[in-house]
Design a protein around this ligand. Structure first.
Ligand code: TRP
Length: 442
């Protein structure tokens, strides 16, 4: 069967950027930075993104396009042996991530509606915190929104490869960026915001430890959609003429800018309103409404923002589900529709448990002191994705280097200046640094 292909060159870059830019940038990045020392975290994060991140992304594109298969089949086709296992771990990671991602996606949908109803038009820390806490710990409401988010994700995936994703990204991403810039201007000019700006932008190197490194590494992989084959899958739909290194750089820079901007909104606002930067997953949902409360036409901006965030989350969740579905299609010979229903349905049920772990099931601990939601997040971002990154780097660097290099340069049509650096990072830097960070973080 002929594989689906992207409609155009820019279409692929848009779709890959759509996968990368999502809740990871706007929701996860600011609270992870807040938890892990602000400026110290930012510096480590940027260093990882600009070396290992961009290289792993190029490797995933190259593997995907060389094989024109989803991850498990790609490893099989290019080498076989135990390598397909790396692809399979990616399928597990997708399921784990999408289970909690969809719950948070549901929160963003709920917040469109709550802001439209004027529920959030206050800048009072206490009441916004209470509202959020009460909402996510409920047994019904968040699950209904999670169901809506999951249904939307399945709907887009069923509509096929290029129709659904590319067009949405084309309109949405510039709009999201614009509204983030407006919000950043508002946030840094709030009285008392400068303390937050300093916390975020001035690194305190003494705060860098194993945990901060591990958090930054996990965040980099999560935000760039790396380490589980999403970019292998997207690369497999790609034409052989495409300039891969250029695409990897554009996607990485776009993703990085959105994350930096989101931090520049949330952390200054946290200090201006007297919230706690280590608040955790609720930080964005509690802090942002306070910022909107201080803006003219705040209700309108709040609605627009949560709408855009929901769509950004959808273009990411689609890429997560696509990994599972393309595995079922390529390896289990299923058709797209039953594959989507089966995987989407399963993830929906795990997501219910995740949502309940924010409330009535909160006392059930899995990894360390973490509830199910946090455990799946920790397991996937901080362990499975880095492991997937080691695998794809070793694979490209040591197993198929000539083939991968040929692919990365499109058979010499797109030579790039950093080809030696890329190879060196794949062979040595990425595997050693990731393994060391994993070890020191655990
Ligand atoms: N990168 C997305 C975000 O920042 C989430 C995501 C989509 C993802 N696909 C992925 C994370 C694949 C890891 C792997 O919101």
């Amino acid at each position: 069967m002929q594989r689906g292909h992207w409609g155009s060159r820019i279409g692929f870059i848009l779709a890959a950027t759509g996968s990368a830019v999502g809740l990871g940038n706007v929701w996860k990045f600011p609270y992870t930075a807040g938890n892990s020392g602000g400026g110290a975290f930012l510096i480590v994060y940027l260093a990882i993104v600009l070396t290992i991140g961009v290289s792993v992304m190029l490797s995933e594109f190259a593997v995907g396009r060389a094989a024109e298969r989803s991850p498990v089949s790609a490893y099989k086709k290019l080498k076989g042996g135990a390598w397909p296992l790396a692809g399979f771990v990616g399928v597990i990671a997708s399921v784990a991530i999408l289970s909690f991602y969809s719950v948070v996606g549901g929160w963003t949908i709920a917040y469109i509606i709550k802001s439209a109803g004027g529920l959030l038009s206050t800048s009072d820390a206490e009441s916004l915190g209470g509202l959020f806490g009460g909402f996510i710990s409920g047994a019904v409401e968040p699950i209904v929104y999670h169901a809506v988010f999951m249904a939307l994700t399945m709907g887009v995936v069923l509509a096929g490869v290029h129709k659904g994703i590319e067009r949405t990204c084309e309109v949405l991403l510039p709009m999201l960026f614009l509204i983030l810039v407006i919000l950043a201007v508002r946030a840094v000019t709030l009285p008392g915001a400068m303390e937050g700006v300093a916390f975020y932008l001035v690194p305190d190197f003494s705060k860098i430890n194993g945990e901060v490194l591990n958090a930054a590494l996990g965040q980099a992989f999560f935000s760039l959609s790396l380490g589980m084959g999403a970019m292998i899958t997207y690369g497999s739909y790609l034409s052989h003429k495409e300039n891969l290194p250029q695409a990897a750089i554009i996607v990485t820079l776009a993703d990085m800018s959105v994350a930096i901007l989101a931090g520049l909104i949330i952390l200054p606002a946290v200090f201006a309103f007297g919230f706690d930067p280590t608040e955790g997953p609720g930080l964005v949902f509690i802090t942002l409404p306070a910022v909107f409360g201080q803006m003219p036409a705040g209700v309108f901006f709040a609605m627009l923002f949560f709408l855009l965030l929901t769509i950004a989350a959808l273009t990411s969740s689609v890429s997560l589900l696509e990994v599972v579905i393309s595995y079922l299609i390529d390896e289990k010979k299923m058709n797209r529709r039953p594959a989507a229903l089966l995987s989407g349905g399963f993830i929906f049920f795990v997501g219910i448990a995740c949502s309940l772990s924010m409330g009535i099931w909160g006392d059930i601990k899995f990894i360390g002191d973490r509830n199910l939601f946090d455990s799946l997040d920790y397991l996937s971002s901080n362990i499975l994705l880095p492991l997937g990154g080691i695998a794809v780097s070793l694979f490209v660097g040591w197993v198929i280097l000539p083939r991968a290099t040929q692919e990365a340069t499109s058979n010499g049509a797109h030579p790039f200046a950093w080809v030696k650096a890329w190879q060196f990072i794949c062979r040595f830097v990425a595997p050693i640094a990731i393994a060391w960070i994993l070890y020191s973080g655990i």
